[in-house]
Ligand binder design. Sequence first.
Ligand SMILES: [Zn+2]
Length: 197
Amino acid sequence: MDHDHDHEHDHEPVAETDEDLQAEAEREARRRFALAQIRQYGDPALRLTAYEVSDFDDDLKRLVDRMTDLMHDAQGVGLAATQVGVLRRLFVFEPDENGPRTVVNPSILEIGDELETDGEGCLSLQGVRVPVERATTVTIAGKDQNGADVSYELSGYEARIAQHELDHLDGVLIIDRTDDEHRKEALATLRPRVTLR
Ligand SMILES: [Zn+2]
């Protein structure tokens, strides 16, 4: 899932020293390079169901490291394995400054009744932001990259991110969860890109 770009471009204008401009240009270059390695809408991998992970080996750890780096460079807050073309049930997410978390073979233990609609973007659907209804609380359980049990009681923004990433593991995208009008608008944004691929 991506950051709220409206918010991102809203902050105070930075002092435009040469160092600032260069740092900004480097961040933008890293973001574009990361996005180029993340599967984009139209890629069949985004529509497939991922398989349970059975081996907690070095390959898995390398995959988690790579996904975490890509999430950071792309300035996102969550990334699922299907978004890098790997059909394994895991995702990384980082809703706050407490560092990235990994959930392998995630399952929903509990999901709240209260629903809330808010705008969502996705690193695989660039330029798209659509309203999506999600439960405001969710408890997920799974394993970390070493095979240790983890569970997270999530609410608000972090609950939204986890539900978004869980969807990715079943080939579900935000355009499937929004209303007809926003879906049409989103597809119009995505279509030119698909033809160019
Ligand atoms: Zn996404």
